[in-house]
Design a binder for this molecule. Structure first.
Ligand SMILES: [Zn+2]
Length: 534
């Protein structure tokens, strides 16, 4: 007898048409997915990997409003009956398990704890990718990777800054396969702290430490060094004797263990992180060809947002490239192709800023804009058209900030005046009573636009004729007919634009991994990050 309503079934029997069945499963993994991929972001969903008695696995997602109802009934390793869920097609990217379907739990979902014999129920699910072929999965967003290896070194957790200027907790682990190939694994956020490095170091002095890390992704630093990244979706199983793959690995190792080494990962000294201060006149001279990676600090006031420009764009849920309309819905414009048809709205706000020396465009994308505005583009889009600037954005006109910025080099190579991406909001100086005076030789971006600053009361009223916003169909036709036109670039995500190898990834349907690519370690310690095999 099962304790909840519905007919008992198995994971392999699930179909899109399945309704009112009950699964008997173990919660193998459970993690929160948060905006921005860090602990501070708003929770977007609670994720589960469920395994049934046959060993089949499926991913399940719990939306934010249902988390308070269901989470108290769930924890990892628990065996449960679950009913009244929705079977959906699996998401197009970032698969944790191979299954064409996923479950969406809801407020009607029923959960009952099972007293099934713990030993009968599989605990783990993984599909191992050999360390030696991991490099081919760099930038691959189709699925998470599960990796088996011997831990040869482990670092302390340390707070380090990525190139976006964010501080993140990190821990580095070196994994080695039986032929001696190694790969660095970087655990971030809570996972860096949850990993028991002290125990690994202590036990690893005399014993082999064999581990399986599940839910990781291959990433690449700016200098080309590749590494595995483990964030909230990552879990590990260390020296688990009930995992045959770990036992088989152990059999192939020599009896005597090589002691696990300690890596010294320095904490970023926050007081010493200084960016070169530039005013806008100086920033106007930045060369997009030679200075594309430099970051500058700049104190400016937002004076305007250009009319008739969109404040958000349709971002591919898999790769964040711009989506354009196609005969059968929307298609991703990623270079080299991307099969995704699903999009979500993301910010790309073109702020015009001034500081008394000059006026330039500072673009703000999803992460920074969400930090400033306090809600995601997706949320704001629900009540606002993309071509009308919502109050939540325009209210920042007149506010003064200290930003850390970097040139949007692809766009700036083709324009007279460079545009910059806001990487960090370093200081907020509040609303200014007086906007910065503009130099008469100010940027071309002032020409032909309304200025809030010049007195106009002596002039007769003009008949305004606004330009019209092209429809998506029109834009699609335009792209098809000309291949490309300059303004399209504006609609692309910064990561696609600023196509440095390290930057070429914005999160899939979410922003999980965003920071990993941008991680920069202090010079001189970099050797710790490089695979030791050639
Ligand atoms: Zn895409």
């Amino acid at each position: 007898m099962i304790p909840i309503q519905g007919e008992l079934t198995t994971i392999s029997d699930l179909r899109l048409s399945t309704t009112n069945v009950v699964l008997h499963v173990r919660v193998s993994r459970m993690w929160e997915f948060r905006e921005g991929g860090n602990e501070k972001g708003n929770i977007k969903h609670l994720d589960l990997v469920l395994i049934d008695l046959k060993g089949d696995a499926i991913y399940a997602e719990i939306p934010p409003d249902v988390i308070p109802i269901l989470k108290p009934q769930l924890r990892e390793k628990l065996i449960i009956f679950v009913g009244k869920f929705i079977v959906e097609k699996a998401k197009p990217g970032y698969k944790v398990v191979q299954n064409p379907y996923m479950l969406r739990l809801n407020r009607r979902t029923t959960i009952a704890t099972s007293n099934a014999n713990d030993l009968d129920f599989p605990k783990y699910t993984f599909s191992l990718t050999p360390i030696e072929i991991l490099p081919q999965f760099v930038k691959n967003k189709e699925r998470f990777l599960d990796v088996l290896g011997k831990i040869t070194a482990v670092s302390n957790p340390a707070v380090v800054r990525n190139t976006a200027g964010d501080l993140m907790m990190r821990r580095i682990i070196k994994l080695q396969n039986l032929s001696g190939n190694t790969m660095d694994l970087s655990l971030s956020g809570m996972r860096a702290l949850e990993f028991d490095g002290d125990a690994v170091l202590k036990i690893g002095q005399k014993n082999h430490i064999i581990a399986i890390f599940v839910g990781t992704l291959m990433k690449q630093y700016k200098d080309g060094t590749q590494f595995l990244s483990g964030t909230s979706a990552c879990r590990w199983y260390i020296n688990e004797n009930d995992i045959p793959a770990i036992k088989a690995f152990q059999r192939s190792l020599p009896v005597d263990a090589t002691p696990v080494e300690k890596i010294d990962l320095p904490n970023e000294d926050q007081t010493h992180v200084a960016f070169e201060e530039r005013n806008l006149l100086q920033l106007n001279d930045i060369d997009p060809f030679t200075q594309k990676d430099e970051r500058y600090q700049c104190t400016v006031t937002i004076i305007r947002i250009p009319e008739k420009q969109h404040w958000c764009y349709r971002a591919c849920r898999v790769c964040s490239s711009k989506m354009i309309s196609a005969p059968d819905g929307f298609q991703c414009t990623k270079d080299g192709g991307c099969p995704s048809k699903q999009f979500e709205w993301k910010y790309k706000i073109p702020f015009i800023v001034a500081d008394g020396t000059y006026t330039l465009e500072f673009m703000m994308f999803e992460r920074r804009a969400t930090e400033l505005i306090g809600k995601s583009a997706e949320t704001l889009r629900k009540y606002n058209d993309p071509d009308i600037i919502p109050n939540e954005i325009s209210q920042w006109i007149g506010h003064k900030f200290t930003f850390v910025v970097r040139i949007l080099y692809k766009k700036s190579m083709r324009t007279e005046h460079p545009s910059f991406e806001v990487l960090l909001i370093k200081d907020r100086h509040g609303k200014q009573a007086v906007l910065p005076l503009l130099n008469t030789q100010s940027s071309a971006q002032e020409i032909g636009t309304s200025s809030d600053l010049l007195p106009t009361k002596d002039l007769p009223e003009l008949m305004t004729i606004s330009s019209k916003t092209p429809t998506d169909q029109e834009l699609a036709m335009l792209t098809q007919s000309f291949g490309e036109f300059d303004d399209m670039d504006i609609d692309k995500s910064p990561r696609d634009w600023d196509d440095t190898p390290s930057a070429a990834k914005r999160r899939p349907y979410d922003d999980i991994e965003d920071d990993d690519n941008k991680q920069v370690f202090k010079k001189g310690k970099k050797s710790h990050m490089q695979p030791s095999t050639k």
